[in-house]
Design a protein around this ligand. Sequence first.
Ligand code: P6P
Length: 353
Amino acid sequence: MENFDKAVIPEQSLDRDCQTLSRHVLQQFSNFTTEAQDVSSIMNRIALAAKLVSRRLSRAGLMAGVLGFTGETNVQGESVKKMDIYANDVFISVFKQSGLVCRLASEEMEKPYYIPENCPIGRYTLLYDPIDGSSNVDINLNVGSIFSLRQQQGDDLDGEAQDLLQDGDRQIGAGYVLYGPSTVLVYTLGKGVHSFILDPSLGEFILAEENITIPSHGPVYSVNEGNYWQWDESIREYIRYVHRHEGYTSRYSGALVGDFHRILLQGGVFLYPGTVKKPEGKLRLLYESAPLALLAEQAGGQASTGMERLLSVVPDKLHQRTPLVIGSTEDVQLVESFIQDWARRESEQQALV
Ligand code: P6P
């Protein structure tokens, strides 16, 4: 019979439980500057928002008024889920009286939301998709939140937040929360990609993996093949290629965060191409594609519109959409080769007319 009278906590588990998100964020800075403190506080608030959303999702089916639609349509023209609104408000609430974030721009709000008591002291703006993949909420499948942190440029006196219309390289940090069997927070501040798992017994996000790297190739291609007949011929050619060649498998959950997380860890490519009707595609640049593109590049992967590097795209409006091809370098480049070969053949044809 083992001797159980000494309740010894193995050192490694104690040390591990202390590897919290806020400590890790501070370690990303070489010293404890005000910027380091501010960004650490911001990440802590994002973590609080994630905990609040995770708690509500875990009990959604048991509570009245959590699931289902509000009956409203958002600026994207999409039907709004009650969970979309709840999560949107959570992110706003956690930054009130923080002096940190002056503005929040969200998929669910046509204009940025200003927190008066934080402006203009708080020089940061949070851009976010509060619930990504909300069609999965009512059927208890994974959903996510995506966030991007930018520094305010100038004074934004007209309240139009025009300074947000800049390329993705201007992001200070980015990340997402994946609400799955466990709640995982993945972030980068430009020094690698790191993941944390929420320990509900502690109420803390504990470090799971540091400096995550995307394999240079992976078997997964993730795309909604239901749109096949709406795609340009170049994308159809790519799909026929992966259908015919060994070593590829399709995975698509209907929630970008979960599909991207799989590719971040196992390799492969996610694509949401433009269609003939919507050449710009569906995904929003500033708070969906650009944050994930920063993570992808920080993890040694790649992200493009199919024609140009995603992080170089300068939007002309807050809710601009772009096509997205993101994941392992070899797989993104393979998709790009089909698109660019097709574009070249098209222009050669035009030249002959
Ligand atoms: P479709 C969810 O609405 C979302 O924005 C992403 O999370 C997801 O990848 C995509 O749209 C799914 O779109 O057209 O395949 O249903």
